[in-house]
Design a protein around this ligand. Structure first.
Ligand code: GDG
Length: 499
């Protein structure tokens, strides 16, 4: 891997995301237990903090985080990083956090960016939502910005990297107080077309786009999201944009809009798949398998399109009774955001649908769908290794790392069914069975096509996907961004392919 400390001229890095790499859980006896956070974002950035001196600012979320923030004056060492890395918690009132996180970020922004609102019914933007914006989202972002400005006070040359939709308005506040700062923002989820932003009142949607435009680089996973962002700047704010150079001009500054497809640590993930924790799950898992295995692994998020995936399996079983008792659909779903009522209802609907399908098709010896609501990464990786068909049918999804991880470590020449609306489709869609996520018939047909595909074709498709993943791994994602930061700090914006 390239030495990033050289790219960064040895200068420190300030990372900021809602959730940090470590949380602290207070034990009953008053002790504190550090817990590594999961998720694609933290895993991706861990590669960076292992080689660049950094401070990682995040919200205090777990009960022990507040104690750490208080005792350490908000500052603690992050164990395990290869170089000096500190964590710093931003502490806010529970009510502010609830409004910022549970009302505005999830669901409001998440739903807009994944086109999830059923607009004839929801959302109603009422006093509660407007107050959550003013007294929640803006206040939280101001507190995040305070922490960055304070860090910049001792490290004015630091590069600031902000991550995801929780932090859209912080950059404008940082820019106002630290005009020379270099600000880089990575958006991990899709950026929708401009009209969909019109769900939000003008002062809210404008503050979001203007907040991002306070950065030097605004980055997305794919060219499609970058283009949608440029369209939003032009359409919502009337700004001058250059679609060729991927830039926006605002207040005499040029903002670079870039795309870097996030990926995985291919070597590290392969090693984990061969490790003892996964092996411990494998024997039980394999004992239960039938001849064909269909798998899905997702958070219980509405964007993941879990219901239509099961309905497609129901249709497939109706059409192809010859597969009865020979096939299992293993679905591992990690409960997610159960503070949001729509998510609680989603889990209930999933449970009811699976029960209906199992009753309709199953018998005392055979349960067509095995549904697990749990978080267990070794078990998820075990399923990745042994599927014949992997379903990733998201309505919209920024990238989707499950698609990449599962194809990388699969040992059965399994076939990937992939929604055309996930970021990963732009890289590996040609070798998957692409589906429209709303077209249940197409998904049922893709299941049949995958399960009857000759092994040589399964292997050829899988090998092509693995080659792409190995070539475009997480190191490349980080390196491309670091090189652009280096270029842009020194001189004018270059066309993206000249970096
Ligand atoms: C967001 C964007 C974008 C799976 N089972 C367990 C578990 N996993 C891991 C997976 C994978 C990660 O969680 C999920 O990442 P995804 O990318 O698939 O989806 P999101 O969580 O929605 O991530 C997405 C990503 O950010 C990065 O930019 O790709 O589009 O929505 O690594 O293997 N992790 C744990 N327990 C499990 O049971 N801890």
């Amino acid at each position: 891997m390239r030495d990033y400390s050289m790219c960064m001229d040895g200068r420190p890095l300030i990372l900021m995301s809602n959730r940090g790499p470590v949380g602290f859980v207070a034990d009953e006896d008053g002790g504190l237990r550090a817990q590594r956070s999961g998720g694609g974002l933290v895993t991706a950035l861990t590669g960076l903090i292992d080689i660049v001196p950094a401070v990682w600012i995040s919200a205090a979320i777990e009960n022990g985080d507040f104690q750490v923030a208080h005792e350490a004056d908000g500052d603690f060492p992050i164990e395990g990083a290869g170089v000096s890395t500190r964590g710093r918690f931003v502490v806010m009132d529970a009510e502010v956090y609830d409004r910022y996180y549970n009302v505005v970020s999830n669901p409001m922004l998440w739903f807009i960016q994944h086109y999830l609102w059923d607009l004839s019914n929801v959302p109603d933007i009422r006093e509660q939502e407007l107050a959550a914006w003013d007294d929640g989202y803006l206040v939280a972002n101001e507190l995040f910005a305070d922490a960055v400005v304070e860090e910049l006070g001792t490290n004015p040359d630091a590069v600031v990297m902000l991550h995801d939709y929780h932090l859209y308005t912080a950059p404008a506040s940082i820019r106002a107080r630290a005009p020379e700062a270099f600000l880089h923002f990575f958006v991990h989820i899709p950026w929708p077309q401009p009209d969909y932003w019109r769900v939000l009142p003008p002062h809210v949607r404008n503050a979001i786009v203007q907040g991002l435009l306070a950065c030097d680089i605004v980055a997305f996973h794919t060219p499609r999201y970058a283009r949608n962002f440029l369209l939003s700047c032009e359409d919502l704010l009337g700004l001058e944009v250059d679609y060729g150079a991927l830039t926006v001009t605002v207040d005499g500054r040029t903002v670079a809009v870039r795309h870097y497809p996030i990926s995985i640590d291919a070597d590290g993930f392969t090693a984990m798949a061969a490790g003892p924790e996964v092996r411990a799950e494998e024997s039980t898992f394999l004992r239960r398998r039938r001849r064909h295995l269909v798998v899905r692994v997702d958070r219980t998020d509405l964007s993941k399109n879990i219901l239509r995936g099961f309905t497609a399996f129901d249709v497939f079983l109706d059409r192809h009774p010859e597969f009865r008792e020979d096939i299992t659909f293993f679905a591992m779903l990690q409960p997610s955001r159960l503070d949001v009522p729509e998510y609680v209802e989603y889990v209930e609907r999933i449970t009811a649908l699976v029960s209906m399908i199992n009753t309709k098709h199953g018998n005392t010896d055979w349960m067509p769908i095995e549904l697990r609501f749990e978080s267990n990464l070794p078990l998820a990786i075990t399923a990745y290794k042994h599927f014949d068909v992997m379903i990733v049918n998201s309505i919209f999804d920024g990238m989707n790392l499950v698609a990449k991880e599962s194809m990388l470590v699969n040992e059965r020449d399994g076939v990937l069914i992939l929604s055309e609306n996930v970021g990963a489709y732009e890289e590996i869609g040609a070798y998957a069975l692409g589906v429209n996520p709303f077209d249940v018939e197409a998904q049922a047909e893709a299941l049949h096509q995958a399960l009857t595909m000759p092994y040589a074709e399964r292997r050829a498709r899988g090998d092509a996907i693995r080659q792409v993943i190995n070539e475009n791994d997480i190191a490349k994602w980080l390196q491309a961004q670091v090189m652009d930061i280096e270029e842009l700090r020194g001189r004018a914006v270059l066309p993206p392919d000249a970096a």
